[in-house]
Design a protein around this ligand. Structure first.
Ligand code: CA
Ligand code: CA
Length: 70
């Protein structure tokens, strides 16, 4: 079972500028920090697009949570 508090912490760690939206650049940086240096910005954009429910190319916490809480 997914934990919303844990998900929020994860989200805040990825959202480095704290505006409540994860951009492809922020996502790519987070993955690189986790050791996944192969992720290009195009790949990060594709991952975000697959989770982006409203099509603004940004990942809000609701969208992030909808993905985690499956
Ligand atoms: Ca952000
Ligand atoms: Ca969105």
């Amino acid at each position: 079972m997914a934990d919303i508090e844990e998900a929020r912490k994860q989200f805040e760690r990825i959202d480095t500028d704290g505006d409540g939206q994860i951009t492809a650049a922020e996502f790519k940086a987070a993955l690189a920090q986790g050791g996944d240096w192969n992720v290009t910005e195009a790949v990060a954009e594709a991952i975000i697009a697959s989770r982006d429910l409203n099509g603004d190319k940004l990942l809000s916490f609701d969208e992030f949570w909808a993905h985690v809480n499956k």
